[in-house]
Write a protein that binds this ligand. Sequence first.
Ligand SMILES: NC(=O)C1=CN([C@@H]2O[C@H](COP(=O)(O)OP(=O)(O)OC[C@H]3O[C@@H](n4cnc5c(N)ncnc54)[C@H](O)[C@@H]3O)[C@@H](O)[C@H]2O)C=CC1
Ligand SMILES: O=C([O-])CC(=O)C(=O)O
Length: 325
Amino acid sequence: MKTPVQIAVTGAAGQITYALLFRLAAGDFLGPDQPVVLRLLEVPAAMDSMQGVVMELEDCAFPLLRGVVTTSDPRVAFENADYAFLVGAKPRGEGMERKDLLEVNAQIFSVQGKALNDVAHPDVKVLVVGNPANTNALIAQRNAPRLDPSNFSAMTRLDHNRSVSLLASHCSVPVTDIRRVIIWGNHSSTQYPDIHHAIVGGDRATSRVDRQWYETLFIETVQQRGSAIIKIRGKSSAASAANAALEHMRTWVAGTADGDWVSMVIPSDGSYGIEPGLMFSYPVTIEDGRHRIVQGLDIDDFSRRMLAATEAELKSERDAVAALL
Ligand SMILES: NC(=O)C1=CN([C@@H]2O[C@H](COP(=O)(O)OP(=O)(O)OC[C@H]3O[C@@H](n4cnc5c(N)ncnc54)[C@H](O)[C@@H]3O)[C@@H](O)[C@H]2O)C=CC1
Ligand SMILES: O=C([O-])CC(=O)C(=O)O
């Protein structure tokens, strides 16, 4: 049996983690021969509720679950962590944009960035889920100078999966026939879901869909999907977010499939003219745990405008939290 890996998860009494923790403990992340220790972080007021989740984890008798640490101290939660799922943050309600959460959530990520810096494993892979995810990830990364910036990421995998699903259903093909969709930029309503390079079966996606449908319905549906779920469910997406978080981390470890890529928010290196250092969603391939931005894609005028809009929003979010960087 392998040595257990240490997986830190924040917001452990929340709705996303309720859908995530049981899958992590069951081996859905790292496979059936990798034992795990879960290191759960909550605010003091939610410790009881988190304890209830721990009781349920115990009651599953998961063979791979070798321990559960519960704490309200980030330095305990992140000690020697190999992976960190930063989920704990306030979700938005109806009528809010994700960036409206910046003021209430930003502080969490500066505290947690410092703690990761001080106590996590030097190769820790960090995924920020809490919104506004890109800018929270930027805050965490800037507060952890000991760690390689490329260890920090934020989640657009849910938007990616939404795009795959919507394109597949529009083209009446299984989701497995869809490859190479892209989410560019911010996990917000300015994100740019791009199908110019996508493949449906063996065809270019652009030859299978009507341009009007793509430019209006497709893009807006993906951009607004989070809001649509809040409106109809009364709460933000949880199980689909947990699934995307698990897939994001799993792909980061296992690598991308041959000929395909995934969307991931990572520090910009200037690719596609985006300001270096911004946490920006790019198409990436992954090998040996390292992500690489897909290079050489043609960007037409329409795409250029969409990239510029989402980059401008990220710059303004960054400027709003300058004091924490
Ligand atoms: N990036 C993405 O695609 C998505 C992001 N989200 C975001 O994920 C976040 C969590 O969503 P839910 O689970 O639905 O919220 P929730 O309110 O059900 O759970 C959040 C939990 O985080 C805890 N928490 C707050 N501050 C904390 C801190 N400093 N340390 C540890 N725990 C802390 C709360 O006590 C609560 O139990 C929200 O910001 C939401 O907007 C949600 C869906 C998708
Ligand atoms: O929309 C929200 O606030 C939750 C979220 O990030 C999503 O579902 O994509």
